[in-house]
Design a protein around this ligand. Sequence first.
Ligand code: NAD
Ligand code: SAH
Length: 406
Amino acid sequence: MDGKGKIEWAEKNMRVLSRIRKRFEEEKPLDGLRIGMALHVEAKTAALVRTLVAGGAEVAITGCNPLTTQDDVADALRKEERVSCFARRGMSREEYYNALNAVLDFEPDIIIDDGADLIYLIHEKRKVIADRILGASEETTTGVNRLRSMEEDGVLLFPVIAVNDAYTKYLFDNRYGTGQSTWDGIFRATNSLIAGKKVVVAGYGWCGRGIAMRAKGLGAKVIITEVDEIRALEAVMDGFDVMTMDEASLVGDIFITATGNRDVITRKHFLSMKDGAILANAGHFNVEINVEELEKMAHEARELRPNLREYNLGNKKLYLLADGRLVNLVSGDGHPIEVMDMSFANQALAVEYIAKNAEKLEKKVYRMPEELDREVARIKLETLGIKIDELTEEQAKYLSDWREGT
Ligand code: NAD
Ligand code: SAH
């Protein structure tokens, strides 16, 4: 496939980001800056890279997951002026870290990360370059959690904007993006019918809700597992069955993890699962399903279709998708274009914000500034041709006046 065509199609439908790119072309807010990125290298990410370059930046990029790079898009990016791309699909762990190091050799002023591997590498092994870094932005829940822990431990070396925590990110990307793209990845890997199946979703956070909502729409019987009592209760009231993974493992046909945690599905669950059960992860790295244990238990393992691996446990066969890594990005194109439009509009604005405000920022994790978050929503509504009402002066006064009553 031609990566250039994919990028063109994505850009045509990323109308918020395109608007920001046009402004960046005129104002050049990133002139003279070097940006080092670790994101899933595919067409929507390429559109973000081109936006940053339009703003005057030089960019070095690699993947944030060894299996999610689309090589044709990486090739197309290599042909762009002012872009160095080190990503390739199917990297070993060593190659993955070599590529992250190559991004740091480029001496970036600003970092864009997804999962915090690149930022962690700076703190672990490349502290010398931390001094020149003005700030970073982080794309995903797990990355933000890791960075908040670093801040709490007093070890964070530069400011970070938690792009994940923007309303126009997690409410749409994590929920509707993961909701749709996880199923897209599962369809492509399995060609299975979902109607009537028992689908177990581990984690009822923003991603889990999206996955469960779409499973219901496809006609599945949905079971949720949780460790948080409030989220479990929300799942109950949303109409889903809630049980422990020990119970769910006996009845599920398809298991999907979206917790950001490790060892959510382990040996004891593999032992109680039905023959033919399908396992997929849409959450975090490759630790939610304990793949190592599954490999040890299996007499034989073989790839039956792209991204579908059969494990023969003797009395039954289990099927793991995408090596237990993000099924939506390994076995599909990740989130749909229109949702990444908002996520990456936030990234572009976060980078501009760091460039303009670096001196004022401390070594903390900041929320995305709300005015920028709302700007993304405003532009998105405009591009959809949707108008909304405005508060009258009297209404604004009424809402803020504690004297008003019956
Ligand atoms: P979240 O914090 O909103 O939700 C996670 C939920 O998992 C929480 O409700 C938590 O209580 C629950 N949980 C934790 N441990 C559990 C366990 N052992 N069993 C059952 N439930 C458990 O986070 P989120 O925004 O939904 O993100 C979840 C993960 O997905 C993160 O790792 C995030 O980085 C990742 N993510 C992936 C994609 C993607 O494209 N696949 C998109 C966005 C986020
Ligand atoms: N790097 C880790 C962390 C999870 S990635 C890992 O690979 O396991 C989850 C993030 O991927 C989400 O926050 C989402 O914004 C991003 N994402 C989803 N679809 C994408 C796409 N099509 N292109 C680029 N990023 C995408």
